[in-house]
Design a protein around this ligand. Structure first.
Ligand SMILES: Cc1ncc(COP(=O)(O)O)c(C=O)c1O
Length: 389
């Protein structure tokens, strides 16, 4: 019913992914498969609601009514079997801003914040740009699968200055949807050492082949009370430009620390489309998301089999979640600069540089598969055609 094969011209829309090609890659004519949004039309049901509101001629200050929290409550129950009280929810103008407010509200300058590298680059900068100490705890690979290094994680958590851990669940870029057992171990270490968990679960609706997202706060009451969870309809429904997300916590003190910082910075109001974007996505977007899920699963399989047949030296792990593939080009034996230059200048394909996620990303590139299959095919063909001998 929904057409994910349709190629939509995104030029002239001030699009990060397309319009920043020149400044990020140095070339205008790469196929952009980097920034984590999708090249698909948002659900027509959302579009219709936004159009209806846009037809009104006044765009004044806009409030959120009860339907905002109600839609979140219904969504969490529908999608994650997570029953939350509406007073445990607070609006946020984006997940990364919400992480920044939490860091400011819950720590002092110089306090330590742990992240699991390789990880989404703003996890690094949101800590350092706010004057906190960034503690990088590397994920490790076991039998071709990324896992936590619990021993070194505990060593970092045990330092008295360590106050927070930013969990990426599911993890961007390695695609793991963490298991309950893994999360429980992390929880036990954090509770033992008084480390509060900021659980970024923005990718939690994009979990493939019937695998399960395990919400950190659903582990048990203690984990719920020791965490703030960050979610949004932005990745799920390709509506990131509305900058609308939310924070959940059953711990009133943590939620108050978050809310106070957001209010102090005067960014609690939101904009004219915030509430409508979220409520229409969560209330009307379910059929679209079902079809999107199948399309992305097929795209992931398409890339996997294309690589196996044509570029077997490029390794990829099938992700549990996210439309982001973490490709290992180590067998090309190039420096990171040579690899980037090769893909941009010769293949004319724009991927994220693996090293922006941490030093562990050397030899890796991140490919966004949320594009029509014909575009992915063209990008992969370009890589084959220019493959170093
Ligand atoms: C793990 C993670 N958190 C947050 C974001 C961005 O969230 P927002 O646009 O709401 O700040 C992304 C986007 O790629 C992400 O991958």
């Amino acid at each position: 019913m929904y057409d994910f094969d349709r190629i939509i011209d995104r030029s002239e829309t001030n699009t990060y992914k397309f319009d920043l090609r020149k400044s990020y890659f140095g070339e205008e004519d790469v196929i952009p498969l980097w920034v984590a949004d999708m090249d698909f039309a948002a659900a027509p049901e959302i579009h219709a609601e936004i159009q209806k509101r846009a037809a009104h001629e006044i765009f004044g200050y806009t409030i959120r009514k009860d339907d905002f929290n109600e839609a979140i409550k219904d969504w969490c129950e529908y999608k994650h079997a997570w029953k939350i009280q509406t007073d445990c929810i607070e609006y946020s103008p984006g997940v990364v801003p919400a992480l920044a407010f939490s860091i400011l509200g819950l720590t002092e300058p110089g306090d330590g914040v742990i992240i699991n590298t390789p990880v989404y680059p703003p996890f690094h900068s949101v800590v350092t740009s706010n004057g906190r100490e960034l503690i990088k705890n590397s994920l490790i690979q076991e039998n071709g699968k990324y896992v936590f290094d619990f021993d070194s994680f505990e060593q970092e958590a045990a330092k008295p200055s360590t106050k927070l851990f930013i969990l990426c669940n599911p993890h961007n870029p390695v695609g793991r949807a963490w298991t309950k057992e893994e999360l429980l171990k992390i929880h036990e270490i954090c509770i033992k050492h008084n480390v509060v968990v900021l659980a970024d679960e923005i990718h939690s609706d994009l979990v493939w082949w019937g695998k399960q997202h395990n919400a950190f706060a659903l582990l048990n009451d203690e984990a719920a009370a020791n965490s703030l969870t960050f979610m949004a309809p932005s990745k799920t429904f390709n509506i990131a430009g509305f900058n609308t997300s939310y924070v959940i916590s059953s711990n009133p003190k943590l939620l108050a620390a978050y809310r106070n910082t957001q209010n102090r910075l005067q960014v609690h109001l939101g904009h004219v489309f915030s509430s409508l974007a979220l409520t229409s996505a969560y209330n009307l977007g379910r059929p679209w998301l079902k079809e999107l899920t199948t399309y992305i699963e097929d795209n992931i399989q398409f890339v996997d089999s294309f690589l196996k047949s044509n570029l077997p030296e490029i390794q990829m792990q099938i992700p549990d979640a996210t439309y982001l593939l973490w490709l290992n080009f180590a067998e090309w034996n190039m420096s990171q600069k040579e690899l980037k230059d090769h893909l941009v200048k010769k293949a004319k394909v724009g991927l994220n540089d693996g090293m922006t996620f941490g030093a562990e990303g050397k030899g890796y590139m991140r490919l966004n598969v949320a594009s029509p299959r014909s575009i992915l095919h063209e990008a992969l063909e370009r890589i084959v055609a220019t493959k170093p001998v």
